[in-house]
Write a protein that binds this ligand. Structure first.
Ligand SMILES: C[S@@+](CC[C@H](N)C(=O)[O-])C[C@H]1O[C@@H](n2cnc3c(N)ncnc32)[C@H](O)[C@@H]1O
Length: 262
């Protein structure tokens, strides 16, 4: 059995994408150009095979500062809003208005488990809150910033849904957020350009951890860059642990750099 592909004839079946993302009841699939003429049949096959899915969209890529997906609905209900359950929390979101990746679920659980009761945490690029909300359940407080006003609107709704009160949401550029407040832990989930904000994170780190997510092909070079930048800001890097999260392209992968700042 190979799932929805079983509904297609041999020869075509093996070439169709095996994997796709699921957010709530929405399936998001990357379909190579050659299959676009049969996209409606692909959508119907997915809905027939996976009974909990209600919408199928083609992913035409993530663009812009707000990292929003360009989506085309190919089958099912004509909507892009849904509810995702993850790590005992519920997130309402619109996959066409905000960024959300279900692939980081384990990472978000890990961040919550690492956080201590007395910590003040800054989720610099918070989206609809999948790091902020579980972390707030253990932290003293979470400050959460995002430049996308739809993300902050959903974060506020998700705080109520999950009965979490110790999050301070800020809509705007992370560089302008929370004055000169200092933090014990900073989460930087903006993988394409997190390093551009590293100086700002260093300035606000009271001493503690910075978790920097980065898509790259050469993690040692990123570690060197991190050390050089910290040196320029007269900050001490006590250690860096590198974790590979998943592949991104033929050459690049998503890594988390856990940076201990003295
Ligand atoms: C990769 S998404 C991560 C969202 C969330 N942390 C998650 O795991 O779903 C990056 C987020 O950073 C936001 N963003 C981009 N540039 C920003 C900036 N200069 N200041 C604050 N947020 C920004 C985007 O709107 C987007 O929601």
């Amino acid at each position: 059995m190979s799932g929805y592909r079983d509904l297609f004839p041999e020869g075509l079946r093996e070439r169709l994408p095996r994997a796709f993302d699921v957010v709530g009841d929405i399936c998001i699939i990357k379909l190579p150009e050659e299959f676009l003429p049969i996209r409606k049949s692909v959508g119907s096959a997915i809905l027939k095979t996976y009974k909990h899915m209600r919408v199928v969209c083609i992913d035409r890529g993530v663009t812009g500062d707000q990292r929003v997906r360009n989506l085309e609905i190919i089958a099912g209900e004509r909507r892009t809003d849904t509810e995702q359950r993850e790590n005992g929390c519920i997130y309402r979101l619109d996959v066409a208005q905000v960024y959300f990746s279900p692939r980081l679920s384990g990472e978000r659980a890990l961040m919550a488990s690492l956080t201590g009761r007395s910590e003040s945490v800054w989720d610099m690029f918070c989206g609809v809150g999948p790091f902020s909300i579980p972390v707030a359940k253990t932290a003293r407080e979470v400050c959460a910033s995002d430049i996308n006003e739809n993300a902050i609107r959903y974060l506020k709704e998700n705080m109520k849904l999950n009965r979490v009160k110790n999050i301070d949401p800020f809509c705007g550029d992370a560089r302008d957020a929370f004055g000169d407040k200092k933090f014990d832990r900073i989460i930087m989930n903006l993988p394409h350009c997190s390093l551009d904000f590293f100086d700002c994170a260093l300035e606000r780190c009271a001493g503690g951890m910075i978790h920097l997510y980065r898509i790259c092909r050469d993690p040692p070079a990123v570690c060197e860059e991190i050390r050089n930048r910290a040196h320029e800001e007269n900050r001490v890097v006590e250690g860096i642990d590198v974790r590979k999260l998943h592949g991104y392209s033929v050459t690049d992968s998503l890594f988390c750099f856990d940076i201990r700042i003295g």
